[in-house]
Design a protein around this ligand. Structure first.
Ligand SMILES: Cc1ncc(COP(=O)(O)O)c(C=O)c1O
Length: 450
């Protein structure tokens, strides 16, 4: 083994040096398609001048292979809500691990976590756990198809991601290997566009099993939109599914369904459910969920049955995480720190007079940014430049999604770094982005060709 594969970080350095990362990157690409196990973490998603590998994290800070320290946002694709290596959660998982990770019969903690989840998501009657969000959205689709005896499904065309499985990825530009017959069963409607959903029901009467979407992603729902979608589903005998992978435990402890006061028939959770541990949940009404059980005379649905689905330490981590959400002001803090960040960045945008070219969007608990060029056209080159300049200031922020560990000091430091990055951004709008950008622009994840 070469020294670079000894994956401890180099001593903390005062200047940014990525030499260890640069050595490991080609090896990663030789061994792993895409060089990473999640496309959103890939080299094509970050500037050339970026850390290649993270070695450890604590709170909202991470250290890369070269010993560089960064304030991180988004953290584990929004899964780490409390903070990296958050001690009470790590301890709960560790204690459970010492009792054994997996048995031939269910672990008692499965029931304990089910009770905790159902207390929080009060519109649901039953829950089934899994490891990934994709598994539970796919399970929701299968269950809805079995419950209704229909094949077609409707998903929202304006929201970026629901699952790694064929029924969704087949509808993206990265659909190689997916039979057209599967993709043709997925129909699309527009967010806040009730008319487009009504049209689908009219065109395919009695054939749509479910309507699946995020109750809110970046754009808030128009007044009554969610309620009217539910009505439309019920009038047409279709199952309403909310994907709460991002909204769950961010918008509100009870999810977007509680925040907006519309209870779906099924909903899916993941990400924030385990503070980075692998856990997801399908929840919903008993008369639908029970088709995955043993107490009915309908054809049985093979609902989420995997070897590692109830790995005990992930359940213990989740139980502890949920307890912390209930006992500490976690969600309030996501909103207030996100708001503090938004206000600081907006002030900076006004100072640099570039508000037309850089947009903050989303709720404070889920803040993202959009970059635009001189003409106001969305620009990946400007996104890359902004990321590059943030990294120069030791902030790693593909989004501005905060955690409970982001302190006032972290946020204020970030605002200073953003201000400097926006200064370069403003100059690039004048002089051309190529003058300041090192390497190639980032690319969308779901594209047809590399
Ligand atoms: C809204 C939404 N649904 C589902 C998923 C899939 O979750 P996972 O990556 O855990 O399979 C994601 C992942 O980013 C997501 O953002």
């Amino acid at each position: 083994m070469t020294s670079v594969l000894n994956l401890t970080a180099a001593p903390v350095s005062s200047t940014l040096d990525f030499s260890r990362s640069r050595t490991l990157q080609p090896r990663a690409h030789t061994l792993i398609p895409g060089g990473a196990h999640t496309y959103a973490k890939g080299d094509d998603q970050f500037p050339e001048q970026a850390p290649g590998f993270i070695v450890r994290g604590k709170g909202c800070h991470v250290w890369d292979l070269d010993g560089n320290e960064f304030i991180e946002y988004g953290m584990g694709l929004r899964s780490v809500t409390l903070g990296h290596a958050y001690e009470p959660v790590v301890e709960a998982a560790y204690r459970q691990m010492q009792l054994g990770a997996n048995f031939n019969r269910p672990a008692a903690i499965e029931v304990e976590l089910a009770e905790a989840m159902l207390e929080i998501i009060d519109g649901a009657d039953m829950v089934k756990f899994a490891k990934n969000g994709s598994d539970v959205t796919t399970a929701a689709v299968k269950l809805a198809r079995a419950y209704t005896g229909r094949d077609l499904i409707a998903i929202c065309r304006d929201q970026p991601f629901f699952s790694t499985d064929d029924w969704f990825i087949g509808t993206t530009a990265m659909n190689a290997g997916i039979p057209r017959a599967i993709t043709e069963m997925t129909l699309k409607f527009g967010y806040n566009d009730l008319h487009s959903l009504r049209e689908l029901f009219d065109r395919h009467p009695g054939q749509i099993a479910c309507v699946l979407f995020e109750a809110e992603a970046i754009t808030p729902p128009a007044p009554n939109f969610l309620y009217q979608v539910k009505q439309l589903c019920e009038q047409n005998g279709s199952v309403l599914i909310f994907d709460e992978m991002i909204t769950g435990f961010r918008w509100h402890l009870g999810g977007a369904q509680k925040f907006h006061g519309v209870v779906p028939h099924l909903s899916t959770f993941g990400k924030a459910l385990g503070n980075g541990f692998a856990i997801a949940a399908l929840m919903g009404k008993r008369d639908i969920m029970r088709l995955g059980g043993l107490d009915h005379d309908q054809p049985r649905v093979f609902l989420l049955s995997t070897t590692h689905g109830a790995e005990t330490h992930a359940l213990a981590a989740s139980l502890k995480t949920l307890r912390i959400y209930r006992e500490e002001p976690v969600i309030d803090s996501l909103w207030t720190q996100g708001e503090r960040l938004r206000a600081g960045i907006e002030e900076s945008l006004a100072r640099h007079r570039i508000a037309k070219h850089f947009e903050l969007a989303g709720r404070p608990c889920n803040l993202i940014y959009r970059t635009k060029d001189r003409d106001g056209t969305p620009s990946q080159a400007f996104r890359t430049l902004f990321l590059q300049e943030l990294i120069r200031g030791r902030v790693l922020a593909p989004s501005f999604v905060v955690s409970f560990s982001h302190t006032d000091e972290d946020v204020d430091r970030t605002i200073e770094v953003v201000d400097r990055a926006l200064n370069v951004y403003a100059r690039s709008l004048e002089d051309g982005v190529d003058k300041y950008l090192v390497g190639c622009p980032v690319k969308p994840v779901n594209r047809t060709y590399a």
